[in-house]
Write a protein that binds this ligand. Structure first.
Ligand SMILES: CSC[C@@H](O)[C@@H](O)C(=O)COP(=O)(O)O
Length: 359
């Protein structure tokens, strides 16, 4: 079994085909932006950080062999292609933020007269290549901060029971994972008694992918149906819920996999801690609240069928939003690589770091 979702070396990109997991581990080559867009749209690769990294790397492999004699052509090409990649899936903000950052970089390099077209290309490629390492470093910091935050609520040396939803692990990121990274950190501290993962209907990221990662790492784990969460909280004394995020708004409202919102409501009812684990690349400070998040609706087929087998009555229509928004008021804390924030503290942190940058 392999857990490396993205294999990259200069000029060559391969992704583990997540449509085939867990029965087959097969890599597919992404030769350029068209392949990258399709892999994201069709969910051969998924998970907010992995989408951004694969999107940007697909552009890197495309432009790597190209020779640019003028900087304007390079700038226009990468700008157009990055905007195209952003359109592959609308809810996760990571690809959009990465595109904005890379477009600012090429604009600055274009204006810098000391930089040639070839140097501009190399600097652009190196900015993309650093995303892989940075994501893993950030995930480890998230894992450690999240484990510490959860354990701060528990008696010394006691064991914890965690519930998670969707897949936020090595398959959804460059490695280690966000919410699953917190679970990995608790496990390495020997403080994790058990983890429960939901199936995550309709696409079954929990049953197919999270379960696969937990079995791989030999983490004590049990799979539950999405509809069992209330019963689980009553019966199994869950310490905390930890989930990932596709987009966190400035006020802490969080878009994540469909079903997250109802788990948060149930957690509130049972007095269970509810944490969101996400890197700053998932925080969208351009929107004040979750009302501004566009929710992707996926094809009916993903709901009416399991693999290619139809399970829903023929003729019934399906509503298939891929994400929902959990209000900040239901969230205990947002675990990031820079520490754990109360949902209302994100704005202040952002303001302080912008003040620092501009002082
Ligand atoms: C670290 S991944 C965080 C989120 O992207 C994850 O929880 C999620 O909702 C993934 O949705 P998906 O539709 O599988 O891309």
């Amino acid at each position: 079994m392999t857990l490396k979702s993205i294999r990259y070396e200069s000029g060559k990109l391969e992704i583990l085909d997540q449509l085939l997991l867990p029965s087959q581990s097969q890599y597919i080559e992404v030769k350029g932006v068209e392949d990258g867009w399709r892999a994201i749209h069709k969910m051969h690769v998924r998970g907010a950080p992995a989408i951004a990294i694969v999107g940007c790397l697909s552009l890197a492999v495309e432009i790597q062999p190209e020779v640019f004699t003028d900087k304007k052509t390079l700038r226009q090409e990468v700008e157009g292609k990055l905007n195209y990649l952003v359109s592959a899936r609308p809810t996760a903000v990571n690809m959009k933020l990465a595109a904005d950052e890379l477009i600012s970089l090429v604009n600055a390099l274009d204006k810098d007269e000391t930089v040639s077209a070839e140097q501009m290309k190399l600097k652009f490629l190196s900015a993309i290549e650093t995303m892989l390492d940075k994501d893993i470093i950030d995930n480890r910091a998230i894992g450690d901060a999240g484990a510490k935050a959860i354990l701060s609520h528990c008696p010394k040396d006691s064991m914890v029971r965690i519930l998670t939803h969707c897949n936020t692990g090595s398959l959804a990121t460059a490695g280690y994972g966000t919410a699953l990274g917190v679970i990995r950190s608790l496990h390495s501290l020997k403080r994790l008694e058990h983890v429960y993962c939901t199936e995550t209907r309709p696409y079954n990221q929990g049953a197919r992918l999270t379960a696969y990662e937990l079995v791989h790492d030999k983490i004590p784990a049990t799979l539950v149906c999405d509809s069992m969460v209330s019963a689980l909280m009553r019966a199994r004394n869950i310490t905390a819920v930890v989930v990932g995020a596709d987009r966190v708004a400035t006020n802490g409202d969080t878009a994540n996999k469909i079903g997250t919102y109802q788990i948060a409501v149930v957690a509130k009812h049972h007095g269970v801690l509810f944490y969101v684990a996400a890197p700053f690349t998932s925080i969208d400070f351009s929107i004040p609240s979750g009302e501004h998040i566009l929710i992707e609706e996926r094809p009916e087929h993903e709901m009416s069928h399991v693999a290619d087998h139809r399970i829903a009555a023929t003729g019934i229509s399906c509503w298939n939003p891929a994400f929902d928004v959990t209000p900040a008021s239901l969230i205990t804390g947002i675990i990031t690589e820079k520490g754990v924030f109360g949902p209302g503290e994100l704005m202040q942190h952002h303001k302080n770091s912008s003040d620092f940058l501009h002082s």
